[in-house]
Design a protein around this ligand. Structure first.
Ligand code: AMP
Length: 138
C-alpha cells in the first residue's frame, strides 16, 4: 500500500486545511479530533509520510510515543481523567479511515463509555478542550 500525499492529515501538516494544534516538535504534530469520542480526544502524527503501523519506522514510532506520553499525562490533568485509552487503526480492515499514521488519545472516566465514532463535535468545545490540553502541557 502506497502513501497518499493527499490524505487529510498530510493536508493539515502542509497547512492546507486548519486544525486545532495542541503540540508540535521537530518530528511530531498533535491536534484535536473533530469527532471526539471522549473529552479532549486528540491525535498524534509523525510529520514525515507514513501510512500506518505497518510501514512505520522505529524512529517514527519512537517520536510518536514520546508525544503520546506527553499528551496522555496532560489529558489526565486537563480533564481530571482516571485513565487513558490509546487507539491506532491500520488499514481499512483494521478500522483505519485516514491513511497517515495516527494515535488517538482518549481521556477516560470510570463508568463512562466512549462516544460513537463519526459524530462531528462542537467546535467551540473542541477548541476549549484543546486549550486545556495546552495549559496542562505548559
Ligand atoms: P481512523 O483512521 O479510523 O483512526 O479515524 C480517523 C480519525 O480522524 C477520526 O477519529 C476522525 O474523527 C478524525 N478526523 C478526520 N478528519 C479530521 C480533521 N480534519 N481534523 C481532525 N480530525 C479528523
Amino acid at each position: 500500500m502506497r502513501y497518499d500525499t493527499d490524505n487529510i492529515f498530510a493536508k493539515i501538516l502542509r497547512g492546507d486545511i486548519p486544525a486545532f494544534k495542541v503540540y508540535e516538535d521537530a518530528e511530531t504534530f498533535a491536534f484535536m479530533d473533530i469527532m471526539p469520542r471522549s473529552p479532549g480526544h486528540c491525535l498524534v502524527i509523525p510529520k514525515t509520510p507514513c501510512r500506518n503501523l505497518l510501514d512505520a519506522s522505529p524512529e517514527q514510532l519512537g517520536a510518536c510515543m514520546r508525544t503520546v506520553n506527553l499528551l496522555a499525562k496532560a489529558a489526565m490533568t486537563a480533564f481530571g481523567a482516571q485513565g487513558i485509552t490509546l487507539q491506532q487503526f491500520s488499514e481499512a480492515a483494521g478500522g483505519q479511515e485516514v491513511f497517515h499514521l495516527h494515535f488517538h488519545i482518549l481521556a477516560r472516566h470510570e463508568g463512562r463509555s466512549l462516544g460513537p465514532a463519526g459524530v462531528m463535535g462542537d467546535m467551540a468545545e473542541i477548541k476549549a478542550n484543546g486549550e486545556k490540553l495546552v495549559a496542562a502541557l505548559a
